[in-house]
Design a protein around this ligand. Sequence first.
Ligand SMILES: Cc1cc2nc3c(=O)[nH]c(=O)nc-3n(C[C@H](O)[C@H](O)[C@H](O)COP(=O)(O)O)c2cc1C
Length: 489
Amino acid sequence: MLSYQFREGVHIAFNESDVVITTPYATRLNSIQQSLHIDRPTDALKILLRDLLDRGVSREQHLELLGQLEGFYTKGLLSVELVGLEGAAISLNPVKSLLRRKNAPGGDYRVRFSRFVNVQPLVDGLEITSPLSSATVRLKDQRLFPILMQLVLACDEATLKEALPIDLRSHYADIISLLLSSDIAGVCDGQGVADIDQEAVEAGWTTEDLAFHCHTREQMIDVCRYQAIPTSNNTNQLPAKHQRIILSTAALPSPSRINHNLSFFQVVRERKTIRRYQEQPVTAAVLSDFLWHSMHIREEILCDPGLSRAYPGLLRPVASAGALHSIELYLCINRCIGLQSGFYHYDSCNHSLGKLRDLGEPCLQMLDLAAASTCRAPQVASVSPGLGQRPDVLVVMSARYGRNASLHQQTGLSYALILKDVGSIYQQLYLVATALGLAPCGLSFGSSELFEQASGLSSRLECSVGEFMIGNPLSTDGYGLRAGSDLRP
Ligand SMILES: Cc1cc2nc3c(=O)[nH]c(=O)nc-3n(C[C@H](O)[C@H](O)[C@H](O)COP(=O)(O)O)c2cc1C
């Protein structure tokens, strides 16, 4: 028999003339937990509410209040558990405030797990989740674990029944209803695709992308889930400015304004990816301007002053979510007039380069990976795969994850915001490079392992998240425009 109980996070206040049910759900817009008001509840309803709080109830026990019970169920307020001879067997635990009860269809049908499920071992069983589901399912009785294997592929009723322990076979309809209602499993089409997966499979979503997307773009929040996330001891301890231990400092020439005479709109119009470089390498002066106008620290500020979560932020030419600026620039300098080749950290506070190591094997491999990922631009016959040149300078962006996590561990948005910051920096580097007459190219591929070897930092603390190439554009391919030379307004 199925037993219904209020899920974790539901609170009830019994007042004189009404009852207020606080749900575990809030929204990104309004973090106050949503609530339901019941005016003048009958005594029978009060008993039902108390029973749902204290111990489970069955539908049969409260036939006269089935409508109310169903209402709580569809609002995602009730956990449902099936008990067998060996205790709790399987449960459904809603995670969204909308749940639809589904039963097995009539006739011949096959069911399977969604392709996007994830199984997590917990102390009281295996929890099955999916980014598309409105509830999780927990297999509590180990005798049910074999159904995990059965439901990986389309499975008919007889096969699934056989996989159940004998005492639970008579509850087959309830078990299938829990699996279907949670959207953890679906009814298959002729190709063996579950109905719940159809659109995501057609669109080509990968499991990792769908989980990341759904997690970071959800509107409705299950407050309990966020409270359960262990918080780091490190909160607010990572300083805004990042100083590295370096071998030596290479001063950069002061930023200049010479030749920066393109209007902003000319720069926007002329911006394009250039993947071919001249013999003549970039100069330290141009590199200095490139870094200054992209990433130098203008000011250190206090964000959210007056709030307990006040934290140090930075202002730079480029924008960053929450002014966190957790992205650091590292430079693989292959060749640059006025600077030794090597691997450097950009000290965006002092506008200088801190040398970390000579251009050793990891750096050379990063440069080769950059050259190899240089592709034929869709719109011009510029470079074919395999013919890419090593750039004069490979800019590697790394993220200090802990800095974002100090603010966003609870919201779960840390990595999504890091990637958005990376996009913002890509565009800044493109525009500044164009204004300076450099050849810019953002890259899709990079290796966190190579960056770890080159930087000597654990990727758990600082990981590479983006790469960008620059050099002097090859003039013969029509790209070699210097800033302010040929460009018409
Ligand atoms: C995030 C991002 C990743 C990119 N990855 C690569 C890459 O791996 N190799 C490459 O040659 N170009 C890469 N590019 C450049 C694009 O191919 C280029 O922007 C696109 O062809 C449009 O050309 P345009 O920049 O000249 O307008 C990337 C651009 C961005 C913004």
